[in-house]
Design a protein around this ligand. Sequence first.
Ligand SMILES: C[S@@+](CC[C@H](N)C(=O)[O-])C[C@H]1O[C@@H](n2cnc3c(N)ncnc32)[C@H](O)[C@@H]1O
Length: 302
Amino acid sequence: MNTRPSSWHRLPSNNQRGSPVTTIRQVLNDARQQLQPASPSPSVDASALLRYVLDCSASHLIAWPDEELSSEQLSLFSDVLQQRLQGKPVAYITGEKEFWSLSLKVNSDVLIPRPETETLVEFVLDHFSDREQLSIADLGTGSGAIACALASERPQWHITATDASAAALAIARINVSSYRLENIELVHGRWFEPLEGRNFDLIISNPPYVASNDPHLDQGDIRFEPEAALTSGASGLDAISHLAELASDFLKTDGWLVVEHGYDQQQAVHACFEYNGFDEIIQLNDLAGQPRLTAGQNTSKA
Ligand SMILES: C[S@@+](CC[C@H](N)C(=O)[O-])C[C@H]1O[C@@H](n2cnc3c(N)ncnc32)[C@H](O)[C@@H]1O
């Protein structure tokens, strides 16, 4: 039997000097100190968790440092802080993650959208900005991050977003409907299987690309993310190879395949695109300067 008192009745905590911790400033300072050994970003995490508990903006925390928290707020903060101290990613605690200009719903069924994936969004917007109509397939859409970002910027483009995980698609559906993105169609299935007989101007994907024995899988936030969203065979390249091999059957002539990949996979992905007949191969770094994206054009006739 659980003999712990209900968290809602827990009393406000004391800091290391024994004084009660009850104001925004004190709670933030105390949380930062506690998170120091557990998180690579203690200040950012403390602020995000407190904004979640108080349902307020970052500027509110700065403007009102002496505001007192109620005992219920203190108790809820103590709960979420414990979850973070046990390693759970902030986005899974708060249930949301900023991506592009959007605040997306996330849970442990989807990969937490990464800032480096905005490189792919930016590339597509820059490279195809002159195209009024585009039909795009976003394979392995997860939370719908890439599809939602593109659809919100270009309402005239049509995006078919797929995923093998029905649970991930349920989250994508929430994001699509909360931003009323009527130009996204969500389809359940493995890679190209649900797209038989269709052709696209653009196939984009941030597929799983971590090697299955990568030691990082046992560290940090990534431990909590779905394995199917992360790993792809011994080299991490199984999904990308599969996409490059089959994409030309689903691309219009002169259509493009654009994939995100690992920083150390640039050469292998270039070779894979060449081997599968792609021309005009473009490779880009992300904002941190790491190789992150490969795009290639399918010039073969259908
Ligand atoms: C790295 S996550 C990317 C999620 C999202 N596009 C993003 O950028 O945040 C890869 C996604 O591919 C999906 N996936 C894995 N294997 C798949 C398959 N065989 N067919 C379709 N989707 C797959 C996973 O469920 C996951 O949602």
